[in-house]
Design a protein around this ligand. Sequence first.
Ligand code: FAD
Length: 317
Amino acid sequence: MKVTEHIARAKDTLISFEILPPLKGKSIESIYDHLDPLMEFKPAYINVTYHRSEHMFKKKADGSFDKVEIRKRPGTVGICAAIMNHYNVDAVPHLICGGFSREETENALIDLNFLGIDNVLVLRGDAPKNETFFEPDPHGHSYAIELLDQVAHMNNGMYLENDLQGGVKTNFCIGVAGYPEKHFEAPNMQTDMGHLKRKVENGADYIVTQMFFDNQKFFDFVAKCREMGITVPIIPGLKPLTSKKQMTILPRIFHVDLPTELSNEILRCKTDKEVEQVGTEWLITQSRELKQFGVPVLHYYTLGKPNVVRKAVEAIM
Ligand code: FAD
């Protein structure tokens, strides 16, 4: 079922989870171990992230290096199929521009359609690790909106080859990313929001946000979206904070601020166990307030911490 259909039928705030594929070589059991403690909360759907290849340097016997391309976390599509089969829950694969030609994207969408997957979260993706700028595939997309247009075209039966126009119509529900604290490359909030609005005008069915730790930033973002005429559901993305080093890692990687009250509490902690306690309580407070605000879904980035997410969801049920 589509994310938007789940939302339309819901009588209360829904729950959804986001997981990463395991590192290459690990089994699907690691995914089930991760999700099992969370399934009693009956998530409406589960997102599975997509990870592009990275360039690495491998040392050769003669001391020189070979530049090799490695995908550390393959398996997004297979995990989606496995989750749907194992738990009978909808899976939402993330689809990115980076590393895909238009034709590879089309083939991926055909696979997803044949698997009975009803939703995709379309994203641009970032530059590979150790590279500064995002470079599109020479035959691929530069921005999420272009990828969205391709999915929307397939929803209208339009494939890449002209003679295939009139092909089978897919029926994907399309999610896009939004940034309550602005995307880090955007020159300002207004420009970023303008690009978001165009994604919605071109067919995005809902928005899911980057993580944030200050609910007011989310409330302001929603108000701005509504002011601009963006009417689709806006789903907050929430992440538990569980270690002291995340105080610097999260702002660096995800370009989000931590409120002073939260950072002060973390600074007072002596161990990561104490930080986890503070982070869990913060997540519970955020979740309660967002639920009261009337968000359609609370979307949790579980990122290796299902037990913390479990405590938060338990507290708001
Ligand atoms: P876009 O919407 O393309 O925006 C990127 C930048 O370009 C923004 O600054 C925007 O303002 C600007 N822009 C947009 N359109 C245009 C245009 N037409 N012309 C000029 N500028 C434009 N990454 C992964 O690799 N895998 C994942 O699974 C993944 N999951 C994510 C899930 C969520 C909920 C979120 C919030 C992010 C996720 N990301 C993931 C990270 C995401 O790929 C990065 O944040 C990326 O830098 C931007 O993606 P986007 O879809 O927002 O890009």
